[in-house]
Design a protein around this ligand. Structure first.
Ligand SMILES: [Zn+2]
Length: 228
């Protein structure tokens, strides 16, 4: 019996002890946090890594008037803007004119645990005639990733073609570091040829870049709506 009394005494003491204002605040914050997390889980859209090609001393394809690294960053910034407007979360592998090694880019993507990586590049060829857009995915490794990457590549390319009117060079398997070394579905977009004079003129036009960026985002949106 004395054990029971001791137990009730201890219980009363514990219940009657005043919670400090800090404790109350913590409890309040805790509840708020739980609520926030629930809301977050129900509305959070996927996180996407946008990888603007080249940067710093690595100019990429270039001519007297245009450097690939600049056009890549401009496009990536617009892609980011449109994705954020649609509620997606975005991680950039670079946000300024700096050199980021390819393996580091893949590492950034893998650590971020994002659902998709989109690398943005522009093309170059010996012939000035070469033109159009193409999208690569890594066609080796885990089959689910290959399938998902291919699906994203097809959707992004078809939107680029319909939105910009450029010609399609197709969806292709490619062995590029950023799409090979990442763990999530990954694609590499070649938006056009900087070595083709007519295409270069378009690629130097901000309105065209915005159109292209919007097409990439539309493709990403369709990809996630198709059963992620
Ligand atoms: Zn490139």
């Amino acid at each position: 019996m004395w054990m029971m009394r001791l137990f009730f005494l201890l219980l009363m003491t514990a219940c009657s002890s005043q919670a400090s204002p800090a404790d109350k605040q913590c409890a309040y914050k805790g509840k708020g946090k739980q609520k926030q997390q629930k809301q977050h889980l129900s509305v959070a859209k996927p996180q996407i890594v946008i990888d603007p090609g080249h940067g710093g001393f690595d100019l990429g394809a270039h001519s007297r008037v245009c450097e690939e690294k600049e056009v890549c960053l401009k496009t990536a910034e617009r892609v980011k803007k449109h994705l954020l407007q649609r509620g997606y979360r975005v991680i950039m592998t670079r946000t300024r004119d700096e050199f980021v090694p390819l393996k580091k880019r893949a590492q950034i993507a893998n650590l971020s645990q994002s659902q998709l990586l989109v690398s943005i590049h522009y093309n170059a060829a010996k012939s000035e005639e070469a033109s159009g857009a193409e999208v690569f995915y890594y066609d080796h490794g885990e089959s689910w990733r290959v399938q998902k990457s291919k699906q994203a590549a097809q959707l992004v390319l078809s939107n680029i073609i319909s939105n910009t009117g450029t010609n399609s060079r197709g969806v292709k398997g490619g062995n590029f570091c950023v799409i090979r070394e990442t763990k999530m579905p990954s694609i590499l977009v070649e938006g056009g040829f900087l070595t083709n004079p007519a295409e270069r003129t378009k690629l130097c036009d901000s309105k065209y870049i915005d159109k292209l960026a919007l097409a990439v985002v539309e493709g990403i949106d369709q990809y996630f709506k198709k059963g992620q």
